[in-house]
Write a protein that binds this ligand. Structure first.
Ligand code: CU
Length: 233
């Protein structure tokens, strides 16, 4: 799934979306995010990604219910681009956004072709969290207040952007098949078919018929295609 770019929407659609997000963001919804913060979601890279995906999912369900299927999936705001004026909310008072052009690029590290460099969802989540924190800090105002941050419509579309990167990563990630009990020759060929490379523990007497006893990453875990699977016998 690829989400549309917020800045490609016509201004009237952006105005509509920002106002629907504000309707959705009741005190209960704001507390849901804060409770997640208190339970440690923002220190757990995998939880960070999955919590925010579900949280955005709630907004998307609301948009569908209200009769706006054209706004689902939720558009994504790329923080390398300025925050559009329609999303300058709140723009008065102590919570106002301080900086509409945080100018934080997620490229090239998080471009589709480089996502293969993140071996696990934890590695990806960790790297995304660090970059993401910078965006919150640079915008300032309520974007820098975890207790209240969902009141800023830009928060939602920014997390939509982060979520898209995770989707991309998931697409290059597959289940590592189990090759335990297979011969080295069969194991190598099976892993190759799934897009993995293999590395055998060095041994002069290794024969292609030797039986695999152990593999790393472990069978049935998720790994990006191209990962080296170490085989032991
Ligand atoms: Cu955030």
């Amino acid at each position: 799934m690829h989400r549309p770019n917020l800045n490609d929407l016509p201004p009237n659609e952006r105005t509509l979306l920002a106002s629907l997000i504000q309707q959705y963001t009741t005190p209960d919804i704001i507390d849901m995010h804060w409770n997640a913060v208190l339970s440690g979601v923002h220190n757990d890279p995998a939880g960070f990604l999955s919590f925010h995906r579900n949280y955005i999912g709630g907004l998307e369900a609301f948009l569908l219910e209200q009769g706006y299927p054209q706004l689902v999936p939720l558009p994504a705001w790329n923080p390398a681009e300025p925050i559009p004026e329609e999303f300058n909310i709140p723009n008065t008072g102590p919570e106002r956004l301080r900086n509409l052009n945080p100018n934080v690029s997620f490229s090239p590290k998080f471009d589709q072709e480089n996502l293969i460099n993140y071996a696990t969802v934890e590695e990806l989540g960790e790297a995304l969290m660090i970059r993401h924190n910078l965006v919150h800090a640079r915008i300032g105002g309520v974007m820098n207040n975890l207790r209240r941050v969902p009141v800023a419509p830009i928060f939602w579309v920014f997390h939509s952007f982060i979520d898209d990167i995770w989707w991309d990563w998931q697409r290059v990630t597959v289940v590592v098949p189990s090759v335990i009990g297979l011969s080295l020759a069969d194991a190598t060929s099976m892993l190759g078919n799934f897009g993995f490379r293999t590395m055998m523990t060095a041994n002069l007497y290794t024969s292609p018929w030797i039986q695999i006893k152990h593999q790393k990453p472990a069978p049935l875990t998720l790994s990006p295609r191209g990962t080296i699977v170490e085989l032991y016998y």
